[in-house]
Ligand binder design. Structure first.
Ligand code: GLN
Ligand code: ZN
Length: 766
């Protein structure tokens, strides 16, 4: 076996420095390019990544460079590689049983009556993966050799790279039971059937020239999955015995990032594998772990989640501590894949130089890893200059103006600021709103058309004056309002055309933030977001949304819903300062929102939604860490909304369907109405709501906005009837799963029309 390289990263962004992959994939979907063109662009991106990583100092031929490309999602990649696809897509296989790229996209996105795989958050990140569906009859077979071809492509270009694939335990642990599986079916029970396919894949990777393979097994550190850590550890031991025991394979690195390895560490140490990656950012170094003698330890000392240059000397200390465990070698790495950070700080031309000196995006993090690796090889004195420079930048950041703002810090809080009147009192006061049974609303955004994007781009470039841009937006708001009136919705929205993104918009209008030009991060599939950088104390120099909401309200006699993004989501979807507890930062954001809510109320807006789609996302993977998180996150929402009058109806929106997981938090938010995703899981959530006894307003989504599919009237009606059967009528709202901004107008109007008609039919019977 060749030794493990001294420095590596667990994965690299796939979308391209200028989102080339997004553009290529979407052009292919739209029929503007063919498969050959798409494959060629993808090959260019992979080639550029290998060259880039080599130029940053990772070895070309020692497996230091990960082969971590994906056309859509790494979990789907693994599911398709082993043929674990739902029965409804089986006919898409080629004659030889292989699943080609068009079929892969169909599984991801759905088509006609065929629903796509569900999507959900990847551990505690803002990345979304596709949920495999596995049943007792799912047959596993090597069905796609894309990863093998990527390795061979690297070899042909003079590289020996390290293929990365989601491991068998995580693939099964993240899967849901396929339709028709018995109630108590657990996908993990199929582990023994799945392993031979992984064995076969490992052999093919070796054959293609891979000397190392990386199996990503983050499920092993999560305490939020249906399987217990003990079950997962047991599964890992069995899986690695089989994979490690096969004779024809590359050396195996197992990575289980996103949290402390905890009790799984000894299991990995005892397994017949060659290397273990440890997340040293979220996890610690245990005092001792027996059995590491022959193994390489890969220390994830550089934060893969955040964009701060950070404390390089502290990272070097952690790697030294890892050396005390008696492994055969210690290497430097990132804590997670760099999937969660943008490509390159050097692509930013407008950020303040001082801020830039505090930052490290993917490429800068690779350079940091290379520095740490040199320190491991040549001794700490060899990298003293780099360590000192990083420490100086850190010290500069902690003392820079704006990082601490006396006016923000002096606002005193009392317990009363965190509570509203009782729900009963509010419910009574809100009768005055005069809403019908099953009130119809949307989540906020309407389609962001090419016209809107173009107008914004032209305004940003200074090509059109602000008056013209605002006039354009007013026309857009007016048309969205009249569309909703025509459709017959009850609570209207202004459509959010002025917002490029629900967090960035607020970041641009609050002090303490900066936004990037090219800092894109993949969110799911071809979608990317540009997280803002929250570097200083947060305050609101002027009202943000009041002008748009009141303008929209002036156009209609229906209720106009004000639309804000909550503190937790603003934090979760930004890169947040790490020099103070998140709770403190969250309360600063909450106070700015509280002032905004007061201004909206004063301007006559009676319904205000504060979106918190990221509440679940930041939930720590370890149970012991969850109560503290839930306390501060819920408190920040309550601080933001706590000043609202009883007659003001506060809504919140969460973008996922795992209601049961966060029911206590949802209850504690104490919003008057909560909308939640439910269509993809066909209303499974209503059972959880009913069982929990949750008694506030609830809008389980009836339209899956992640897919271009238009749900039929009958389909929506069936979903609504299911909801009406299980949840008291007075609580129920009707709405889509999420905002409509990624959809086109045709499908949006058709879908909303069907929702209105389905609601009309159900209202007749209740
Ligand atoms: N109000 C936002 C919208 O409709 C909510 C988006 C979200 O939940 N991600 O776009
Ligand atoms: Zn949503």
């Amino acid at each position: 076996m060749s030794g493990f390289p001294e420095g590596t990263i667990l994965g690299y962004p796939r979308i391209g420095r200028r989102r080339e992959l997004k553009k290529a994939v979407e052009a292919f979907w739209a029929g503007r390019s063919d498969l050959a063109q798409l494959e060629a662009t993808a090959a260019e991106l992979r080639a550029a990544t290998r060259e880039r990583l080599a130029s940053l100092g990772l070895g070309r031929a020692d497996s230091a460079i990960p082969e971590s490309f994906s056309f859509y999602d790494q979990v789907l990649d693994a599911a398709v590689a082993v043929g674990a696809i739902p029965a409804r897509f089986e006919d898409l296989r080629a004659a030889d049983g292989k699943i080609g790229l068009p079929a892969y996209f169909t599984i991801a996105r759905g088509e006609g009556d065929r629903a796509p795989l569900e999507m959900t958050k990847w551990f505690d990140s803002n990345y979304h993966y596709l949920v495999p569906e596995i049943g007792p009859d799912t047959s596993f077979s090597l069905s796609d050799d894309r990863l093998v071809r990527d390795v061979a492509e690297g070899v042909a270009a003079g590289f020996v790279t390290r293929p990365v694939i989601v491991g068998p335990v995580t693939l099964l642990a993240l899967a849901k039971a396929a339709d028709g599986a018995p109630d108590d079916f657990d996908p993990l029970s199929r582990l023994d059937d799945l392993l031979p396919v992984y064995v076969e894949l490992l052999a093919a990777l070796k054959d293609a020239g891979a000397e190392w393979v990386q199996l990503d097994e983050p499920a092993l550190v999560s305490e939020s999955l249906p399987a217990s850590v003990a079950q997962l550890a047991d599964a890992a031991a069995r899986a690695l015995a089989v994979l490690g025991g096969s004779s024809d394979r590359p050396s195996i690195l197992v990575a289980a990032p996103y949290a402390d390895l905890g009790e799984v560490f000894p299991v990995l140490a005892a397994a017949p594998i060659e290397a273990i990656a440890v997340d040293l950012v979220r996890g610690g170094v245990p005092a001792q772990v027996p059995g590491l003698e022959g193994k390489a330890l890969v220390g994830g000392a550089i934060d893969g989640h955040n964009i701060w240059r950070g404390d390089l000397a502290a990272a070097a200390d952690k790697l030294e501590a890892l050396g005390g465990l008696g492994a055969a070698s210690v290497s430097a790495s990132t804590s997670t894949s760099l999937l969660h950070v943008p490509h390159d700080v050097d692509d930013e031309t407008k950020l303040d130089a001082r801020l830039v000196s505090w930052l490290a995006f993917a490429d800068q993090k690779v350079a940091q890893v290379v520095t740490l690796a040199r320190g491991l090889a040549e001794g700490r004195s060899a990298i003293a200059a780099e360590l000192d420079a990083a420490s100086a930048a850190l010290a500069d950041r902690l003392s820079a103006p704006g990082v601490r703002d006396g006016a923000v810090r002096d606002r005193a809080l009392t317990d009363a600021d965190f509570s509203r009147a009782s729900y009963e009192e509010r419910e009574a006061a809100q009768e005055a709103l005069g809403l019908p049974a099953l009130p119809l609303t949307t989540i906020g955004s309407f389609p962001q058309t090419g016209d809107i994007r173009q107008a914004r781009a032209r305004f940003t470039k200074g090509e059109i004056p602000v008056e013209d841009y605002e006039e354009f937006l007013r026309r857009e708001v007016a048309s969205v309002v009249s569309l909703q009136e025509d459709l017959g919705l009850d609570v209207l929205v202004h459509g959010e055309p002025e917002r490029n993104d629900m967090v960035q918009y607020f970041a641009e209008n609050l002090d303490g933030f900066d936004v990037t030009e090219n800092g894109w991060v993949q969110s799911y599939g071809s979608r990317a977001t540009r997280p803002s950088i929250l570097w200083g104390d947060v305050s609101r120099p002027a009202p943000i949304t009041v002008g748009w909401s009141t303008y929209a309200q002036s156009l209609t006699t229906a209720h106009m819903k004000g639309m804000l993004t909550g503190p937790v989501t603003i934090l979760a979807w930004s890169f947040v300062r790490d020099d103070q507890p998140l709770a403190e930062t969250a309360n600063q954001v909450a106070l700015a929102l509280r002032d905004e809510i007061a201004d909206l109320e004063a301007a006559g807006i009676a319904i205000i939604q504060v979106d918190e789609p990221a509440l679940r996302e930041l939930l720590p993977l370890k149970k012991a860490d969850q109560p503290e998180y839930l306390q501060w996150s819920v408190d920040s929402f309550r601080l933001a909304t706590g000043g609202a009058a009883s007659g003001t109806q506060v809504h919140t929106h969460l973008c996922y369907s795992e209601f049961g997981v966060v029911i206590d938090a949802i209850r504690a938010l104490d919003a008057d109405v909560t909308s939640i995703e439910a269509a993809r899981s066909r209303m499974e959530v209503v059972a959880d709501v009913a069982e929990s006894g949750f008694d506030h307003g609830i809008g389980p989504g009836v339209y899956d906005i992640h897919s271009p599919r238009v749900p039929s009237v009958e389909e929506v009606e069936a979903l609504l009837r299911r909801a009406v059967d299980e949840i008291p009528l007075r609580q129920l709202w009707v709405n889509p799963d999420c905002g409509l901004k990624t959809r086109g107008y045709d499908e949006t109007v058709a879908s909303l029309r069907n929702i209105v008609e389905a609601t009309r039919r159900v209202r007749e019977d209740v």
